[in-house]
Write a protein that binds this ligand. Sequence first.
Ligand code: ADP
Length: 201
Amino acid sequence: MADDIVWHDHKVVRSQRAENKNQKPCLLWFTGLSGSGKSTIANALDVALHNRGYHTFLLDGDNVRHGLCKDLAFSDHDREENIRRVGEVCKLFADAGLIVMSAFISPFTSDRRLVRKLFPAGEFIEVFMNTPIETCESRDPKGLYQKARSGQIKDFTGINSPYERPPHPELCLDTSRMSVVDCVEGLIAYLLEREMIARKD
Ligand code: ADP
């Protein structure tokens, strides 16, 4: 980084932005295999929070790869850069006072740790989608497992590219056993318990 680029402190700080919204900023980082339910659950939580009047934003892996990260492929290096950029963008949204959700496979522990380090303690909430690969593959919502098995996609996580399970996630969800509603209720309960959101009567 150039030495003559100086950080500008903002007059309105993130806690003030969040206070205006009656919430605490945080990032719910959904990680897991393709088809494990990251997008489905993150979207359902987004709707549930939005309907309760909270200010949220959702970043989705596929969508980001259409714009911000369209120059990146799926090599280890490109996956790392993808997550680095996404982490920084999530941080900006959290600085704006929002409850942020992200749905990225993010297979490497070291990359997820880098994003965690961008956030104050308690504000990075790792949600591990612990859905068995057999379920993910049988769902195959985008037909990608079939393509990977037939050799049309290389570097596909879970098939010919590794997924490192998070050692200490804040939350674990197995969507082969839990319904979408159960998962969302669990997440809302977690946010209430940690006072990221307030109970509304
Ligand atoms: P990912 O974002 O992890 O790739 P998706 O959310 O895109 O996964 O796909 C999960 C698929 O599994 C969707 O087609 C969804 O409808 C289906 N599904 C079935 N049961 C569940 C459940 N309990 N929770 C989440 N998704 C489920």
